[in-house]
Every structure is written in structure tokens, then in C-alpha cells.
Design a protein around this ligand. Sequence first.
Ligand code: CAO
Length: 435
Amino acid sequence: MAIEIIRVPDLGGAETVDVIELSLAQGDNIAAEDSIVVLESDKATMDVPSPIAGQLVKYLVAEGDTVKVGDPIVELEVASPESASEPQPEESVQVEEIQSKAETPVIESSPEPVAIEPVAALTVAEPSGGGESGTEIYAGPSVRLMARELGVTLDSVVGSGPRGRIIKDDIDAYVKGKLTSVAGNEVVKGSAIPAIPSIDFSQFGPIESVKLTKIQKLTAANMHRNWLNVPHVTHFDGADITDLESFRKSLKAEGEARGVRITPVAFIIKGIAMALNANPVFNRSLASDGEHYIQKSYCNIGMAVDTPRGLVVPVICNADEKGIWEIAADVANLAAKARDGKLKPSDMQGGCFSLSSLGAIGGNGFTPIVNAPEAGILGVSKSQIKPVWNGDTFEPRLMLPLALSYDHRLVNGGDAGRFVTDIVKYLSDIRYLAL
Ligand code: CAO
């Protein structure tokens, strides 16, 4: 028997991730590919599978820890006497090879594995000024240092780490909360943003305080940033997709044979991609120097996906070069990965323009928030039969509501009108999508 250490694999771009779940118990026998731990980055969660079978000796991380690539996760006892007795040079070659493979956890043979010292969670009883004298405060040395530097008394802070441990985010949130409440008590002058008052809702009825997921926190920060920074205009239109829908429905059997489900979203993404190429003003981003814009010559479309953990926006790359079947397969694949928490940070990078489709859910229209630094986002609502005047009479036509929000620093109303009119043209007569 030999001891193997499984390490954190390539994180696909994320520098650090949090350990949110230990999948096994000490002594468990596991097969290769069994999940050993679940990690969460700012944007996604990922299962780390064991590359080998064995028996779990112990975890070298705990839930709530922050880890980086190469950090040890578990010690496994494996039935592989040769690996422990292999000469040193071969071992290091093996480790290097494994490390170079994306997503493959790194294993390392070691007769005497070195376990990472768990971060000391100091347990100090500190006097409390708030009537909770004697309450034990769990916080590591770096958190205590941060609190001292900011003048925060730790017994005022609620810990959100394992067993109520106070982490840096808690200090951060506490300080922000204090600053907000100070601002909220001041008379707001000029263009300052008035703070929303903090209310004790428990005075009105039973409540529960639920911690936001990382994705929810990130989405909140991004939406707030984009809402405040981008001068938004929303332009509304509707596309007659009667013919598109009858063509799409006629593809059902072929779709089943190919194993691909085509929804209107695939056509819409293709239409956006073609309209981006015809209207490059929508494929720009403002440079941070305030003196330039960046014109992009690639065409990647972000697609908002609603998941139980929050909103994520995976990207369909080179959508202008893809056919409808390929885009439909990308949509289904990325939406499934998003819902299973399997997106990698790289799946969500490089978008030029975004689509937010609520068509399957409902609604007549909404005003989406631009995903800055992109120039625009198309909000799509549920198609409905409407009476449309054809010159002689009203005809029942299937109309798709479109709402284009754009950054008015980059795009003018005329540009927006041309862009949406192109999308309407492509979706109303899908022969254009083949051109
Ligand atoms: N009008 C009417 N029906 C529509 C439609 C529309 N605009 N768009 C899709 N549908 C129908 C499809 O035809 C399909 O039904 P059939 O199977 O009977 O043909 C069904 O809705 C498919 O819905 P879906 O959600 O499984 O797949 P999708 O391709 O339409 O959408 C995705 C994929 C990922 C865009 C979507 O699932 C999703 O997550 N949307 C939410 C986006 C969001 O949250 N936006 C808000 C962001 S800001 O908070």
C-alpha cells in the first residue's frame, strides 16, 4: 500500500477557490473518478474527481478553506506498492505530466506525506461591549490583523465561516455596512447616491437571514456597477417569427435524430451575430483610458442562463461562423453545464454582446442591463400571436418582442435602430440567415 496526495487541479483561470463540500468520510473506499471535493470559484462550482481508486486516509482541507492550484486536498491509501518504491526521477516526471493536463487532479507519491498545517483558528475569549461577554471569537491571525487595522471590534462582527469563524469578507461587510449607515444618516447633497436604510424586519414578523452565494454576490456587484456606469437606452421592436417557428417545428424529427433540440434561441443568436457583423458599432468596448474604443473582429455571444445558484453568462464563440444546428448544440450544452455548476471561468469570457431570453418563461418585455464593457444586450420575451395589418386585413402572426439596451456612450439611437431592424429582418425571413 502507498499513500498518495491528491492536489487541486487546473482551475481554468481562477486563482483561488473555496472548498464548499467534502464529498467523502474518513475510511471511505473510492473508485477512480469519484468526487472527492466540491470547489466554488466566483462564477462556478466544480467537482474534483479522484484520478485513482483507494481509501480515504484524511482530508487536508476543511469546508470554507480557500485553496489554489497544487494545494493538497486528501491523502489516499492506494494499492500500488510500485509507485511508492519508484525511483525519485521517474516520480517527478509522472507528477509533471499529470500537472500539465487540464482538470486532472495532481497526485503525488510520498511514503511520508506532508500535510498542510490547517490555518490556526485562534480561540480567544474577548470581552464584549454588547452584552455578550465571554462569547468565544473564532478568527485567524490575518483576520485579527485586518480588524485591528480597520479599528473593528471582533465581537461586533458575525462570522460566516465554518462554526461561525470570522473571515475577511465578514470584516469587509461590517465596515461597508457601517459606512452605509453613516451615509444614510446624512443629508444627501448634489449627485451622491442616498443609502437604503437598514431595517430590522423581525419587528414585522418571522424572518430568516440567508447567505448569498458567490454568484449572487458577484451578479449584484456587476449589475450595480453596470447600472451606475452605463447610460442606458432601451429600444423596442418585434419580429414576425411565424415562418421561423413553422420551419423550426418541421426540424423536430431531424433534431431528434441528431440529438439536438432547436429552440428559437439558436436562430436569435445567429441573427445577433449577423447583425453584429453588419453593425460593428455594437461590437465595440470603451477603453479604460477614456480616449479610445476597441473594435472587435470576432463575434462571441454571451447567453444569460438562469440557474438555482444565480445568473451566469456562458459565451457562444464565433457564432457568426456557426450554423443553426451547431449553435443549438452549444446553447443546450452550455445551459446544461451552467445548471450543473460545471462552467469553467473560460466558458464565460470573451463575450462581445449578450442575449437574455425569457421567452420560455413569459412576459411582454423588459429592459435588460448592459453587461459592460459590452455595448449592448438583447432582451427577448415570449412570442405571441398578434393581429398584424397586411395592407388589406389583419392577419394573425407570431410576434417576438425584442428589447435592445445599449450604452449610449458608444451607440447612438440611429445605430440601435439599424441593428434591431437587421435582427428583425433576419428573424422574419430566415432565408437571410443562410446568406
Ligand atoms: N417565445 C416562446 N417560446 C419560447 C421562446 C420565445 N421567445 N424561446 C423559447 N421558447 C420555448 C421553446 O420553443 C421551447 O419550447 P418547445 O420545446 O416546446 O419548443 C422552450 O421555450 C425552451 O425553453 P428552454 O429554457 O429550455 O430553452 P431556450 O433555448 O429557450 O433557452 C436559456 C435557453 C439558457 C436562454 C434559458 O433556459 C434561460 O436560462 N433563460 C433565462 C435567462 C435569464 O435569466 N435572463 C435574465 C437575465 S437578467 O436577470
